[in-house]
Design a protein around this ligand. Structure first.
Ligand SMILES: *[C@@H]1O[C@H](CO)[C@@H](O)[C@H](O)[C@H]1NC(C)=O
Ligand SMILES: *[C@@H]1O[C@H](CO)[C@@H](O)[C@H](O)[C@H]1NC(C)=O
Length: 382
């Protein structure tokens, strides 16, 4: 069954990119660790395995060989050497219009790109590929905070503190690291919010990407978003906003000294239909960490089948001073020493199979209606 799936996936990749001259599989040697790394390797195999030998190997020591068919690049970005652009933003500014729904693929070679990057709403149907199987080697990095003065002299605010903003529908990125380098804000400090990525668009997805910061790392501001095999690191409210989001097999790392919050979801009314689902994957880190606190009156977050280390506060959730009747916080079949069902806030839910079903379905993010158009192959569906 697994083998059959892999073959189907292979056929899909080859078909999709068959007309492309510089498409090349990339064979690399992955050092496998446990858990999440293995999930990743499984994802890669299912989604992208092809047969030919590749052109890049990191010289890692062992163990599983994984080959990845990358799509053809329409343009490349590199710090040095042959490439179409030297900065990521220049490549984005160069995206041709009038493509209809035809994809535009930007490949970014390994390097540290010190830039504040924005993908404007006109740049639809774009894929961005880090040209390394180690996402940490293709880094986009900046260090603004909410308190940083903008061009007009006033503070940027959280919304504009991003390192990487996506405002275009049907954008996807692969194997990249997005970092906000602002230092850890002191307890109670004002203006320390420092967003690594802000997504204000529909049908935005990230595969095997890393997001790193402290307060407010990942702003899922608006729209339908999908993260698979990603790593998100932060301290306070580090996944936040009003998006309808699925995190599948992601690792959330809480870099917390005293107290932190994994999520701050911002749905105002239950009828809006937004919320975060964190499914499979793992939570680890330091400090005392809440699963979520209610930014919106109808804040909605579900953790399903997630490993939780002992850092999770036994009470689990914080209503942030709001009435609890419209807040929907649920857990379903989570495990690990932080998944202490017995001591959670009385107004939060341990979901039954029937209650969990809508959150366990790929329909949660309407995956099948948009992923093919975004060029995401079926094997990467949730
Ligand atoms: C992008 O590159 C591919 C492969 O070379 C090509 O088939 C496609 O037409 C290009 N896209 C556009 C919009 O030119
Ligand atoms: C949240 O998103 C929904 C759906 O897009 C929208 O109707 C609603 O106005 C948003 N709420 C806030 C507080 O942004």
């Amino acid at each position: 069954m697994v083998r059959a799936l892999a073959l189907l996936a292979t056929a899909a990749v080859l078909c999709h990119f068959s007309s492309v001259a510089n498409a090349g599989p990339l064979e690399i040697t992955l050092v496998q660790k446990q858990g999440v790394e293995q999930n990743f390797a499984g994802f890669v195999r299912r989604a992208y395995q092809v047969t030919a030998a590749g052109d890049w190997a990191p010289g890692a020591r062992e163990s599983a060989r994984v080959s990845v068919a990358r799509p053809a690049c329409n343009v490349t970005v590199a710090k040095t050497g042959p490439a179409n652009y030297r900065t990521v933003q220049a490549a984005i500014n160069g995206i041709p219009g009038n493509r209809g729904t035809k994809l535009w693929i930007i490949c970014v070679k390994a390097g540290v790109y010190k830039e504040k990057v924005r993908v404007p709403s006109t740049a639809t149907y774009v894929q961005m590929w880090g040209w390394s199987l180690d996402p940490n080697k293709v880094e986009i990095t900046w260090g603004d905070t909410a308190g940083t003065r903008g061009p007009g002299g006033s503070p940027l605010g959280t919304y504009n503190s991003y390192t990487f903003a996506v405002e275009a529908d049907y954008f996807s990125a692969y194997y990249m690291m997005i970092r906000n380098t602002a230092p850890r804000p002191a307890d109670g400090a004002v203006g320390g919010q420092a967003v690594a990525a802000r997504l204000t668009a529909n049908y935005v997805s990230f595969f095997r990407c890393h997001f790193t910061g402290y307060q407010d790392t990942l702003y899922c501001h608006q729209g339908i978003h999908y993260f698979k095999n990603c790593y998100v690191r932060g301290s306070v409210d580090f996944i936040f906003g009003n998006g309808t989001v699925l995190f599948l097999k992601c690792q959330l790392y809480a870099d917390v000294v005293t107290k932190g919050y994994l999520t701050a979801q911002n749905q105002a009314k239950p009828s809006e239909g937004t919320g975060f689902v964190i499914r499979e994957g793992a939570i680890s880190g330091t400090g005392l960490v809440y699963l979520g606190r209610a930014w919106g009156l109808a804040s909605r977050v579900v953790f399903a089948k997630v490993f939780m280390s002992k850092i999770i506060a036994p009470v689990g959730w914080d209503n942030w001073g709001k009435p609890t009747d419209a807040i929907f916080y649920g857990e379903y079949k989570c495990y690990g020493s932080g998944a202490e069902e017995g001591r959670r806030a009385s107004w939060a839910f341990q979901l039954t199979d029937a209650q969990a079903r809508p959150f366990m379905s790929s329909n949660w993010i309407k995956a099948r209606t948009w992923m093919p158009a975004a060029g995401i192959i079926p094997a990467a569906l949730p």
